[in-house]
Design a protein around this ligand. Structure first.
Ligand code: NAD
Length: 410
């Protein structure tokens, strides 16, 4: 019998609406996965997701099971994911999309109930937790894939291949930026992306640290992270602007600027990009990615609805779009979809194998290939985030990063 696992999504917020649920619906449409369940601490969130216009238009023939299915819509039910995961048969898939500081407990609950895991980045906020997840997953022969979707942008894969072939020389000095639009401050972020939990670098800067490693194979060795405290509309305080200096194992230096501050009136959903200066024997190499402008300029007749939507727009065809391919509904395309497809594909590949030893062998191969981020091959991200948090809470002082042997390597 073919292996067609059920999938439980934990969290029904923005990333689930924009990328994860449509990608899973498409995989279900293709017959690769079974029923989908979505649970969220707030019943209102799952109900809103079920009615979301864009998803209903793209997937008119699809539905998911929603939890909580009773009770006051705004009463928080923080334990709902544990109840749902406990009821799952073993070796299915849990997709984790709750706020950063909750990833650890949901992932550990899923692993202890023998579920494969796909989690949004960052895996966790503490390196020790990443090691514990790695040990637990390997011992049980389960996949944990971290959804760093920029890895599945063709330009990242092109640069990685060429860099590793020696086409650019060695990375020396670089700069990267990712600023989300101002209106993000009005979203649910103001309830959790506050100074005690997170900051603009932890939220989005980690993407470019991950990409620089993904392309070059270098490891970060220290970080100085300076943050500017600002107020959300609800009065809570967040580090809404950050400036990071990350040093690398070959002495290279990357500056990363992040914020929730790209003007709502500006075209495009954000501004982002990266410039890496490299050196060869006696000549320079360069990698320059304009990740916010993908060559499209649209000027509409009327102001479109939606936060941050502009009458003059520069949409990205690359991250996530719905295309009309003749129906039913629309087909999701882009690296947002490909990333989920890749991780779920690994869950299917490993999950279909009965023998624990065989599954562990496959997991080690996936770790070594380095395309999908796993606890074993991307633990530098947790080290950077942990050091970054220490730095930002101490005015941006430099914090060294020490790499320890991963449990899978011993
Ligand atoms: N570029 C990216 O890779 C990217 C982009 C956006 C978000 N993310 C990550 O996705 C995660 C969620 O972000 P988001 O933008 O969707 O946030 P969000 O605030 O829109 O959604 C989070 C959802 O989790 C729910 N939730 C909170 N506690 C819960 C619990 N105990 N059990 C079940 N549900 C709970 C909330 O009710 C909310 O609906 C974060 O870790 C974020 O860093 C990644």
């Amino acid at each position: 019998m073919s292996y067609q696992p059920e999938v439980t999504l934990v969290g029904a917020g923005m990333i689930v609406h924009d990328q994860l649920l449509p990608s899973l619906y498409q995989l279900q449409r293709l017959g690769r996965i079974g029923p989908i369940t979505v649970c969220d601490a707030r019943r209102r969130a799952v109900e809103a997701l079920a009615k979301a216009e864009g998803i209903v238009k793209a997937f008119p023939e699809r539905t998911f099971r929603a939890y909580p299915d009773s009770g006051d819509p705004d009463t928080i039910q923080p334990d709902i994911s544990r109840q749902v995961i406990e009821a799952m048969p073993p070796r299915q898939i849990v997709v984790v999309a709750v706020p950063d500081q909750l990833h650890y407990s949901v992932i550990m609950t899923a692993l202890r109930h023998n579920q494969n895991v796909c989690t949004v980045k960052p895996l966790v906020l503490k390196h020790e937790q990443a090691l514990e997840i790695e040990r637990e997953a390997l011992a049980r022969g389960l996949v944990v894939g971290v959804e760093y979707h920029k890895r599945f942008d063709d330009r990242s894969l092109m640069a990685r291949r060429k860099y590793r072939e020696g086409a650019f020389g060695e990375f020396r000095l670089g700069t990267a930026r990712l600023f989300e639009k101002w209106y993000y401050r009005h979203s649910n972020f103001q309830n959790w992306m506050t100074t005690e939990n997170s900051d603009a670098f932890t939220y989005i800067g980690c993407h470019y640290v991950d990409i620089v490693h993904f392309i070059t194979g270098l490891l970060p060795t220290s970080i100085s992270l300076f943050g500017i405290r600002d107020r959300y509309p609800n009065g809570k305080e967040g580090f809404l602007w950050t400036d990071a200096r990350v040093l690398w194992s070959n002495g290279a230096c990357l500056n990363v600027q992040n914020g929730l501050g790209f003007p709502d009136a500006a075209p495009g959903t954000n501004t982002q990009g990266m410039m890496l200066y490299c050196s060869g024997a006696d000549t320079g190499g360069l990698i320059e990615h304009h990740d916010q402008f993908r060559g499209l300029k649209y000027s509409y007749l009327h102001q479109p609805s939606g936060d941050g939507a502009t009458i003059y727009a520069e949409p990205s065809p690359d991250y996530f779009q719905y295309l009309d391919m003749g129906g039913p509904g629309f087909v999701p395309v882009g690296y947002g979809y490909r990333s989920v497809e890749h991780i779920i594909g690994n869950c299917l590949r490993v999950g279909a194998v009965e023998s624990l030893a065989e599954r562990q062998k496959l997991l080690r191969e996936i770790d070594a290939a380095g395309i999908m981020a796993t606890p074993a091959n991307s633990a530098y991200n947790e080290l950077v985030l942990e050091a970054g948090r220490e730095s930002i809470l101490h005015g941006g002082r430099e914090v060294k990063i020490e790499h320890r042997e991963s449990p899978a390597a011993v």
